[in-house]
Structure formats: C-alpha cells, structure tokens
Design a protein around this ligand. Structure first.
Ligand SMILES: [Zn+2]
Ligand SMILES: [Zn+2]
Ligand SMILES: [Zn+2]
Length: 282
C-alpha cells in the first residue's frame, strides 16, 4: 500500500500536469451530481429579478419562433392567456384569430390594412402639422405618435397619460389607448419609449414582472418579505421549495388549491418591495 502511494507521488512530482488526476476528480464530481439529481424529486429553480425578465423574454421568443407577430403583441397575447403558451397556440391555430386579437385588445397584425381607421387627426397646414386632441397644441408630425388603432396624440400628453396610469392607477399590461373608448392596449415598447422618468419606468417594469409571476402557474414569489426572488417549478405540485435566501415554502399548488386561480392572478396586489416606489405624497 505504502509503496504504491509512494510510486504515485513520485510520478506526480515528476509530471506536474497529470491527466490521470484530473480525470479522477471529474469522475467523482460527476457521480456526486448524479446522486443530487436522484434526490431532487421535485425540480425547481430560483430566479432573480433579472432572470425573471429573461424568462419572460424567452417565453415571448418561444412563441415568436412559431407565430410570426410583433413581440409586443405576443406579450399582450401571452398575458391574456396567463402566460400559458400552449393555450395561446391552441387558440391561435384552432379558433377565430380576429376574435382572439379582439379579446386580447390588440390589432390583428395580419389584418392591419383592413382595420377601419378612426377619425384622422386634424391636419392644420400643408407642412404636416397636427393638432393634439388632448392639449390642442399644433405640433409637427414628429412630435405626434400613437398605436396601431390610429389615434395620435403629442408625446408630452402620452407621457403624462402613461405616468398617471402607472403611478396612480398601478396599471401595467392593461393600459388602453389614450383615445376615449378605445380599448387597444399600449405595448411595453411604446411605454418605455414615451415615458421619460426613470422612476416611472422602473415601476412599470415592476408591475409587468409582478403580473408575469402572479399569472404564471409555474412561478411564484418567494414569500419572504425581504426577498425579490421567484421560484420556478417544472410542474404544479404541492412540494416544499427552498429559496436562495433560505426561505422554505410550499410550491404554488398549495395556493391554487385553496384559492380560485383567477383570484390568485388578479387579486394579489403588488409586492411589498413596490410600496417603496410609490410617488411621494404631496
Ligand atoms: Zn398633447
Ligand atoms: Zn386608440
Ligand atoms: Zn427568497
């Protein structure tokens, strides 16, 4: 025994980068990993805020590899189906697409030219200036903007409108066009383009992320009040999960079991963390 060890040591000292040693270490790591997988009866993943956003982007990309529509439209559709990709696909291919887009409150991107345009904005001069129907300012085209529904307002009015919706009403995915009675939803890219205040943008992103987690059957926030991680499970089952912060909780299934699913989705308010983002009083 001793003589064997000595021999090995001698070989190592004579040959510093011994390939055999590396292989041996890797084998051991591999077997440890296999053992861990066997123990993980209930696979789950802990996601940070950035990873939640990435997961949301990946979901949109997944759908867009099959359905070629703008990513912003996909996000609205996915939110309409509570981020259930299969359900969205099913409806997209089996049902009435016009009705699907109308229900989700977006313009059908395949039928844009057919959509009846609402009243054209008043063109004041041959130079192409338009009058904003909110503030009545007469402005160049470049300062006017709108959604696919054709309602156009000045960027300043849009900014104020969106800021009010986000900061005072706490709306995210469901902000409608600023035109009276127009139900078409403002997509996230438009919000991020028109809102200038970083604080408002941040709150909007929080609302969007929160809605994504709250509505997704396979995601839930870590219940620890100081933690902003979410737990992503592979399937819905009542099994304990441990967050990176150390908080152990039951998986989402337990909540669904006691609360109607829709109530979980629409009824829960924003995270505690978000209260710090509320606008200062006065
Ligand atoms: Zn205006
Ligand atoms: Zn509109
Ligand atoms: Zn946690």
């Amino acid at each position: 025994m001793d003589s064997e060890d000595d021999t090995k040591d001698d070989v190592d000292s004579g040959n510093e980068s011994s390939g055999d040693d590396v292989d041996f270490v890797m084998d051991e790591t591999h077997s440890t990993r296999e053992r861990q997988t066997e123990l993980e009866e209930y696979p789950y993943e802990v996601l940070s805020t950035e990873e939640i956003v990435q997961h949301m982007v990946d979901c949109i990309k997944d759908v867009n590899t099959v359905v070629e529509i703008p990513a912003t439209t996909t996000r609205i559709l996915l939110n309409h189906f509570k981020w259930d990709k299969e359900k969205l696909m099913e409806r997209f291919y089996d049902g009435d697409q016009d009705q699907l887009f109308a229900e989700a409150r977006v313009i059908n991107p395949f039928r844009k030219p057919v959509i009846q345009r609402p009243k054209q904005p008043r063109r004041i001069s041959s130079s192409g200036a338009e009058e904003c129907e909110i503030c009545f300012s007469i402005l160049p085209n470049s300062m006017m903007t709108g959604l696919e529904c054709g309602h156009r307002f000045c960027t300043q009015c849009w900014c104020e409108y969106l800021t009010t919706k986000i900061m005072e009403e706490g709306l995210g995915q469901t902000i409608a066009c600023a035109a009276h009675a127009c139900e078409i939803l403002v997509d996230d890219a438009t919000v991020m383009r028109l809102v200038r205040d970083a604080r408002v943008k941040l709150k909007y992103q929080h609302i969007i992320t929160n809605s994504f987690v709250e509505c997704n059957r396979l995601l839930r926030w870590c219940p620890s009040p100081d933690c902003s991680n979410a737990i992503k499970v592979a399937y819905v089952e009542a099994a304990p999960v441990t967050c990176r912060c150390g908080h152990i909780s039951a998986s989402r299934a337990e909540r669904i079991g006691t609360t109607p699913y829709d109530a979980v989705c629409s009824g829960s308010g924003l995270r505690n963390a978000m209260t710090t983002l509320r606008r200062p009083t006065g």
